[in-house]
Design a protein around this ligand. Structure first.
Ligand code: ASP
Length: 347
């Protein structure tokens, strides 16, 4: 199947991040500059046969400051511009890009247009910047259409350093390499070398009957808890008993194992019985949770913990915030955690 780029409209949404920063000549620190300044460094954009418009967060933010409110704002921008544009490119800091991409994949239910997040490790004004390449290719991907006019990539993705990845499968893996993101448990959706090669079999199919349903509510009353040898019962039990706490992303050893200590099993059982959702994901960067494999995992299953399958921490966290935000009951949350909502887990 060939991919053609027609006169298509793309909305660039600039949130901030290194890509749009510049060195302050006095302090030497990186500071945000505005979107028009950013575009001056990429005159190549004019070379596209596309209508490209932009909108920016005011002020732009370092992605360490991204919050569920920022995700709702992105959903609002995309939803209110959905009919006008064929695709969306979000410029975002790399530090929390995988969280934002994961969150948007759940909040933009029934998405049928490309939403491509990208950023860079070096500012776009720097001589050796990776920002230009990332931005230009992200635009090309957002604009790519099949001969019948349907988008090639109708889902939320991260494009970074030659790789197009499903957004809710990504993790930032390097604070210094240009190749900064990985999709450990799912293959690439495209590779950009001399040619932009799409791997159609890995991309969610386009559905002509789907109607975008935006969601804005996320419940952030959850934590990520990573197991380690030597955990202290008092501290852990106190966290699990917290009244406001509604869920835990529980990062276990290997294929989903925890120490066989009665205080832990009892604490977890009490937490799940009181309506808290506990999701088991592995601390390993590849592979899946299989709680029935070892006795140490089977006990967790019996305490009411849900498998997070091969979820990234970013996808498990934002999925749980999303499901809690929908006001679902514990059983409905369990069912949804065990289903793939946007290609985030392999079943
Ligand atoms: N601190 C920056 C951010 O995430 C890093 C980057 O963009 O690469 O906003």
């Amino acid at each position: 199947m060939s991919h053609t780029i027609e006169k298509t409209s793309i909305l660039l949404i600039y949130t901030g991040g290194t890509i749009g920063m510049m060195k302050n000549p006095v302090t030497g620190a990186l500071e945000n500059f505005n979107f028009d300044q950013l575009l001056k460094y990429v005159p190549e954009i004019e070379g596209f046969n596309l209508n490209i418009y932009s909108i920016a967060f005011e002020p732009p933010i370092d992605s360490s400051d991204i919050s569920p409110e920022s995700w709702s704002e992105l959903v609002r921008i995309i939803y209110s511009n959905y009919e006008k544009y064929d695709g969306f490119v979000i410029l975002h800091g790399t530090d929390t890009m995988a969280f934002t991409a994961s969150a948007l994949s759940f909040m933009l239910e029934e998405l049928t247009k490309p939403v491509i997040l990208t950023g860079s490790q070096l500012p776009i004004g720097a001589l050796r910047t990776d920002g230009k390449e990332n931005l230009l290719t992200a635009i090309e991907i957002a604009a790519a259409k099949h001969e019948d006019g349907t988008p090639v990539v109708p889902e939320v993705c991260v494009f970074f350093h030659e790789k197009l990845m499903r957004g809710n499968r990504t993790t930032k893996i390097s604070a210094e390499n240009f190749d900064a993101f990985e999709s450990n448990n799912y293959p690439l959706l495209a590779h950009s070398g001399i040619e932009l090669q799409f791997y159609e079999q890995n991309i969610l199919p386009y559905r002509s009957d789907a109607v975008l349903t935006p969601h804005y509510a996320m419940d952030p009353n959850i934590i990520i808890f990573s197991l380690f040898p030597g955990m202290q019962p008092d501290i852990v039990k106190k966290i699990l008993r917290d009244k406001k706490l509604r869920g835990v992303i529980f990062r276990t050893f290997g294929s989903g194992n925890a120490p066989q200590q009665q205080w832990l099993i009892d604490g977890l059982t009490r937490a799940t019985q009181s309506g808290k959702t506990i999701v088991n994901i592995t601390q390993c960067s590849t592979g899946s949770v299989k709680m029935s494999l070892y006795e140490t995992g089977r006990q967790l299953l019996e305490s009411g913990i849900i498998s997070g399958h091969d979820s990234t921490v970013e996808a498990a966290l934002t999925k749980l915030m999303f499901l809690l935000g929908q006001g679902l009951n514990a059983e409905e949350i369990r069912n949804s955690m065990n289903s793939s909502l946007a290609g985030e887990i392999t079943l």
